[in-house]
Design a protein. Structure first.
Length: 302
């Protein structure tokens, strides 16, 4: 018979003190910024918007096509080669991408199988996506923290805002305000909040027609639940603990419940027209960044 016991109030261990070192980002941010730049460089050019169109930035010269107005000719460039050239500008119809990175207590978890805590991976992926998108001509902001920006220092600006934000570190769901039509949202989270609550936030954010992408960050042990024998399970959000007499017999039920939870999130994304990407922390960060940046680029071209 399966034996379990929920610990009494006096036996519970507050989650916040246990995770203080893991979630104190100030000391780790410089390293995470450098890692994010490295990841962004590895996927450079994925989110390119470069093509001819209205704008102020020079893009390229091209030969004059029959029927075009002579006013478009760049006479100085044409004089060098004896052929007529047109000076084309780059298309600059940038749009806004809103980022939100979950920094709640559960994001501080890291098992022996992971390359990094979930919060570190989420920040590196979010920062790298921000830089990649800004280089592609977009404006990026963090929901509830910053305005949309197209700064070359986007990673540092986001890092400074996150380091100074204490209240937002308690939230495991993004703000519920609807986003502007044709903007994009990228929600980076472990998705361990109730699926119906996350689904409600997705509906709220997409209510005005905003597109979106959910990047789920998972520790490999959360995926496999490889425990056997007696075990004690902790809820990192509120300090609840559950003592299990036979953890091995929990495994299959746990995996089924996790699959159902993920499917509920996937269905919420599908109904809103959003995408869902699952990333495990034993895999390279660049895989997640490449996929999400490609999805944003593909949707932006439509």
């Amino acid at each position: 018979m399966l034996r379990t016991r929920v610990l009494s109030q006096t036996e519970r261990q507050p989650a916040r003190p246990v995770l203080t070192a893991s979630l104190d980002l100030a000391a780790r941010l410089p390293r995470l910024i450098l890692e994010a730049r490295r990841v962004s460089a590895s996927v450079h050019g994925i989110h390119g918007r470069r093509r001819a169109g209205p704008g102020e930035s020079f893009w390229q010269y091209r030969p004059l096509v029959a029927g075009e107005s002579a006013s478009r000719i760049d006479w100085r460039r044409s004089a060098r080669d004896g052929h007529l050239f047109v000076r084309e500008r780059e298309w600059e119809a940038s749009h806004t991408v809103w980022l939100w990175i979950d920094r709640s207590a559960s994001m501080g978890f890291a098992s022996s199988l992971a390359q990094a805590p979930k919060i570190d991976r989420a920040l590196v992926a979010g920062f790298a996506l921000a830089e990649t998108l800004v280089e592609g001509g977009e404006r990026v902001g963090h929901l509830g923290l910053t305005r949309p920006m197209a700064s070359r220092n986007i990673i540092e600006l986001l890092a400074q805002a996150i380091a100074a934000d204490r209240q937002g570190a308690e939230d495991d769901l993004p703000p519920a305000a609807p986003l502007q039509r044709l903007s994009d949202a990228i929600i980076v989270t472990d998705g361990l909040s109730p699926a119906d609550s996350l689904a409600a936030r997705i509906r709220a954010l997409s209510g005005s027609g905003a597109r979106g992408h959910v990047l789920l960050i998972a520790d490999p042990i959360e995926e496999t639940f490889p425990f056997t024998g007696q075990a004690e399970l902790f809820d990192l959000e509120d300090g609840l603990a559950l003592r299990v007499g036979d953890a091995g017999s929990w495994g299959e039920d746990y995996r089924q419940r996790l699959a159902a939870h993920r499917e509920a999130i996937r269905e919420a994304c599908r109904k809103a027209g959003w995408t869902l990407t699952l990333h495990r922390t034993d895999r390279p960060t660049s895989e997640a960044v490449l996929r999400v940046a490609s999805l944003v680029s593909a949707r932006g071209a439509n």
